[in-house]
Design a protein around this ligand. Structure first.
Ligand code: PLP
Length: 430
């Protein structure tokens, strides 16, 4: 399927009509166990999984439905990688039970006691908790820095650094890190770079073509796109991916269900089309909010006001479906908004057909993030003020989304719940 474009690969890669029945959708192979050749040297090779495609033996290691999904995701993630680089590096992927299973698989395979990792100080809550609390408990040193500032990345690198890990665009604040420049810094020091590219999806951003060594996705978000299956993937060189498969799936066990893999294979078919709509609608909603008198700040990479707008333009083919905004009335206004919206749902998660809103009070985040320094906190506060409403713009008609926000923003807010202490006041009353 080498020379086909994104949408064609999203439909075809990894899935062929069944030679016996002609069925054009791959059946879900729920079998946990596969019959193997009689005992012998071949079987031992298969169980050691030293080849890219060993015969399926047990679903925690590999399974036909999981392999089809892995092939499709690799096809989509390598579309901009030149054929020469691709055959040189031999890119492979391993799917996992969730995005966090992919993140933890990467960290726990690549890092051991005494090693050091440089990572984005703001990223998906699960990842930052893993970095901030769990890895140090295992004797792994962690430097959390603002990876959009290349000097901070450069000066965080130590002689025992084994991995640089960035998330771009970063959840939830939409900071953009310059993948190609971070690659240069990491590679000059002989260190691999991993990128969590969940918020862009392979439709908008291709980190491997920019030189990154690993790409991670939460398949739960845009790639599945329907809000009905958890999943994750790590994509990288075949050698490293085999190691992750062996250590993390075989030994730690975070395997994806074939049923979820089948749903995700179906969901990803429309990824290109869906992303176009997410991006168009998010741009319109962002512009509406930016001109609204009750909104003090909108952060969307597609707005000229975004501090990394030019970088986003270079690095991504469009600006994605996620935005954040802050309200003049602070927490009180946010409570009213969450009560009044009808099309938007107040819920966490992102990247599916439903438009979602979720509030992040800055004080609550800082209470939990004990590993951040006062200087880091004040840098983050510059982006997020007292708190941000994160919006995942879904596939509803953008006119309805804008009308919904417009009516909800007219609601009277709970007066007094403004400023940095509003969250503590609210908490003490409950
Ligand atoms: C949601 C998310 C994850 C975690 O994925 P799960 O599938 O929920 O485990 C990781 N990274 C980013 C950027 C995410 O948005």
């Amino acid at each position: 399927m080498a020379n086909f474009d994104f949408s064609t690969l999203a439909v075809h890669a990894g899935e062929e009509a069944d030679p016996e029945t002609g069925a054009m959708r791959l059946p879900i192979d729920m079998a946990t166990t596969f019959k193997l050749p009689p005992f012998g040297a071949k079987l031992i090779d298969a169980l050691q999984m030293d080849t890219q495609n060993p015969p399926h033996a047990y679903t925690r290691w590999s399974n036909p439905t999981l392999r089809a999904l892995e092939e499709r995701l690799v096809a989509l993630e390598t579309i901009e990688l030149s054929a020469a680089v691709q055959s040189n590096k031999k890119i492979a992927g391993v799917v996992t039970a969730s995005g966090m299973a992919a993140v933890s698989a990467l960290f726990l395979t690549l890092l051991s006691k005494g090693d050091h990792v440089v990572a984005s100080e703001v990223c998906y809550a699960g990842s930052v908790e893993l970095l901030g609390t769990h890895l140090p408990r295992l004797g792994i040193e962690v430097s959390l820095v603002d990876t959009s500032d290349l000097d901070q990345v450069r000066s965080a690198i130590q002689s025992n650094t084994r991995l640089v890990y960035i998330e771009t665009p970063a959840n939830p604040i939409l900071r953009i890190s310059d993948i190609a420049s971070v690659v240069e810094i990491a590679h000059n020091a002989g260190i691999p770079l991993a990128v969590d590219s969940t918020w862009a999806s392979p439709a908008l951003q291709q980190p491997l073509a920019l030189g990154a060594d690993f790409v991670i996705h939460s398949l739960t978000k845009y790639i599945n796109g329907h809000g009905d299956a958890l999943g994750g993937v790590v994509i990288g060189s075949q050698k490293e991916i085999q190691r992750i498969r062996k250590e993390m799936l075989v030994h730690l066990g975070g395997a994806l269900s074939p049923f979820n893999a089948w749903l995700i294979l179906r969901g990803v078919v429309t990824l290109g089309l869906r992303m176009q709509q997410h991006c168009q609608s998010a741009q319109q909603v962002a512009q509406f909010l930016e001109s609204h008198p009750k909104v003090t700040r909108v952060v969307y990479p597609g707005l000229a006001s975004h501090p990394h707008h030019d970088l986003a333009k270079r690095q991504m083919s469009a600006f994605g479906g996620m935005l954040t905004f802050q309200l003049k009335g602070g927490l009180g206004a946010t409570i009213s908004l969450s009560e009044k919206v009808k099309v938007f749902q107040y819920a966490t998660s992102l990247g599916h057909a439903h438009s979602l809103l979720f509030y992040y009070p800055t004080e609550a985040y800082f209470d939990a993030a004990t590993y951040l320094s006062p200087a880091q906190k004040s840098g983050i506060r510059k982006w997020v003020g007292d708190g941000i409403v994160r919006a995942s713009i879904g596939l509803e008609d953008p006119k309805d989304l804008i009308a919904d926000l417009d009516q909800a923003l007219r609601a009277r807010s709970f007066r007094g719940l403004v400023g940095p202490m509003a969250y503590q006041i609210l908490k003490s009353k409950q």
